[in-house]
Design a protein. Structure first.
Length: 31
């Protein structure tokens, strides 16, 4: 069973979510 694609997708989504939350936090602090 090759779960590499799913793992890659999960890591990509996790990274994007982390970046999004970081940007949201910075924007909220600026307000």
């Amino acid at each position: 069973i090759d779960a590499d694609p799913e793992t890659h997708l999960y890591k990509a989504v996790s990274a994007l979510t982390r970046e999004f939350l970081a940007i949201e936090s910075q924007s909220f602090d600026m307000v």
